[in-house]
Write a protein of this length. Structure first.
Length: 136
């Protein structure tokens, strides 16, 4: 008689547990959904004070962002690059995204020489769309 009573008591205690597996499945599915649908923003690597322009327009295609600091340093993808290797970096990025365009984010105090070096490298790498980022 005691064995039957003990068995009922064990069944009653185990029946009160909550199974969290379905909830964890839903959480992981939501996490995967948000990771897949998120937009990743690429940065050139440094913050620059852009010049102002009255004829600015927005770009939404695949972009190769290149920044020029006020002291003439050139940055692509978060790392400083030697001006001699800009063309090879452009060609490598074009292999990944063939329709990419270059956006130059030059500081107000940057020299025109660096901008011309980037424009020359883009032309040599056969990039048709090159623009300069400005503030409205």
């Amino acid at each position: 008689m005691k064995t039957g009573l003990m068995k009922k008591r064990e069944d009653a205690e185990s029946g009160g547990e909550i199974d969290l597996t379905p909830m964890l499945d839903v959480v992981f599915i939501l996490l995967i959904f948000f990771i897949v649908t998120s937009v990743f923003v690429t940065e050139a690597g440094i913050d620059v004070l852009k010049p102002e322009a009255s004829t600015a327009e927005s770009r939404n295609r695949d972009l190769i962002l290149i920044a020029i600091s006020n002291d003439g340093q050139i940055w692509i993808d978060g790392e400083q690059i030697d001006p001699r290797f800009i063309r090879s970096r452009f060609e490598r990025r074009l292999a990944e995204t063939p329709n990419a365009s270059v956006v130059i984010q030059g500081d107000r105090a940057a020299q025109n020489e660096q901008v011309m070096t980037i424009l020359r490298a883009a032309r040599d790498a056969n990039i048709a769309a090159v623009s300069i980022s400005t503030e409205n």
